[in-house]
Write a protein that binds this ligand. Structure first.
Ligand SMILES: Nc1ncnc2c1ncn2[C@@H]1O[C@H](COP(=O)(O)OP(=O)(O)O)[C@@H](O)[C@H]1O
Ligand SMILES: [Mg+2]
Length: 408
């Protein structure tokens, strides 16, 4: 059992230090929650100026998939706790250091290692834990896919075993789609090897994230979060998604089974499909979930605050829910390194309980999530409408470096 961490702030000497591996928008909120408790945060990412670095005590720029670089950084920083905030990390280094030196990894090195790989987490859930999932198989060549496709039938979904946010994912309608999907998965996946999971298409009515906190005082659940995905990327989420009592119980059973198997303290975003009264396990994040940003307005302790409390070995107590709420991702499109957000006054007058987070991403190339609109209202429908209205009212202007220098 992990002990609660004592927190020391020292002028000359070692302050309690968290090494945040991944400095995106979710990491930024985690960093803020850590700093609120007096913890020194070193934020890492592959580029400078990342959102969490802007609020951290110090930062490091490195390729976190590089084993030597990661090992070196950990030995230099001597963190009290390492908090992975993305999947693309050399998690084998974390496994080794946890074992050799008792390095404290959130929620556990095993959880970070297994969940970064669809093959490992799906095998654990379906084969070891016997949880209901879509039919699936793994393959390392287009040939192997042709040979096994009857196991799942059409339509089906192909995904690289290592990828996130829908990257490299495609839906196949017939045999003739196999080559194209295979090439897409190979090009957009993040692993060294070309390997995919092919899953039978689940005709779900709804999909939810069940935020599940494993903490010193046991397992806690947030209200279920419903969400809408476009091409494997989240656009809106809302809370609570109403579920029949037996369906909710089944969701909780699945979530606690997988979370206990992974071990460690922290929050997990358990993704489930609901088809009629059936609940199907899809995947999970051993950390705050993007659809869970709605908790920034819906709960007294957001998913980020809950994560930090849990990972420090502190009790959660009661999670107070404030009422029907929604989030809408603010997506930017274009190329440039000066991004302006306008019309915010109009945006924030779309309802009485609206809020915005602007992530402060330093630049954009293509489509990028730049912020999130939040709303709380009398019903989920109203909250979703308001969050979308806030999002749609924000005007984003992107300028290239040359354009902004000319103007200055
Ligand atoms: N087997 C499936 N059947 C139907 N829809 C799916 C299936 N797998 C994934 N999806 C859709 O694609 C989205 C992204 O897939 P997911 O496995 O969660 O990948 P990622 O790690 O990129 O989030 C899901 O939220 C869901 O909307
Ligand atoms: Mg997902």
């Amino acid at each position: 059992m992990l002990k609660a961490l004592d927190i020391t702030t020292a002028t000359n000497g070692h302050s309690t230090t968290a090494l945040l591996l991944g400095s995106g928008e979710l990491g930024k909120e985690v960093a803020i929650e850590l700093m609120r408790l007096g913890i020194k945060v070193i934020a890492c990412d592959r580029y400078a100026g990342a959102p969490a670095m802007q609020v951290a005590s110090a930062h490091a720029v490195l390729d976190m998939k590089d084993k030597n670089a990661l090992r070196e950084l950990i030995s230099k920083v001597q963190p009290d706790v390492v908090i992975p905030e993305i999947e693309a990390i050399a998690t084998d280094v974390l496994l080794e250091l946890e074992k050799e030196q008792g390095l404290r990894v959130v929620p556990s090195a095993k959880a970070a290692n297994i969940t970064m790989n669809r093959e490992a987490i799906r095998t654990l859930a379906a084969n070891t834990l016997n949880l209901p999932t879509s039919p699936f198989f793994f393959a390392s060549s287009a040939e192997e896919i042709h040979e096994n496709i009857d196991k799942v039938g059409f339509p089906c979904i192909m995904k690289p075993i290592m990828s996130s946010s829908g990257k490299g994912q495609s839906t196949l309608r017939s045999e003739s789609d196999i080559e194209e999907s295979w090439n897409k998965a190979c090009n957009e996946g993040r692993g060294h090897e070309n390997r995919v999971i092919v899953e039978g298409f689940v005709k779900f009515d709804r999909e939810i994230t069940l935020l599940t906190v494993q903490a010193a005082d046991g397992i806690h659940f947030c209200e279920p979060i419903g969400h809408h995905q476009v091409n494997g990327d989240y656009h809106e989420s809302w809370q609570p998604e109403p579920l029949e009592e037996d369906v909710l119980l089944e969701c909780k059973r699945i979530a606690s089974t997988v979370v206990k198997a992974l071990g460690g303290f922290g929050i997990f975003g358990v993704e489930l499909f609901i088809a009629g009264r059936n609940v199907i396990f899809s995947e999970l994040s051993p950390r705050p979930h993007d659809t869970g940003m709605v908790t920034l307005i819906s709960q007294d302790l957001s998913e980020f605050a809950l994560h930090v409390r849990a990972l420090l070995g502190l009790p959660i107590g009661r999670i107070a829910f404030r009422g029907p709420s929604a989030s809408a991702a603010i997506l930017g499109q274009g190329e440039g390194s000066s991004i302006s957000y306008r019309n915010l006054d109009k945006a924030l007058s779309m309802g009485n309980d609206c809020a915005l987070r602007i992530f402060g991403k330093p630049d954009i190339k293509g489509e990028r999530r730049l912020g999130v609109a939040l709303a709380r209202a009398n019903s989920v429908t109203e909250a979703v409408e308001q969050a979308k209205a806030v999002r749609d009212a924000v005007r984003i202007e992107i300028k290239s470096e040359i354009e902004s220098i000319k103007e200055a």
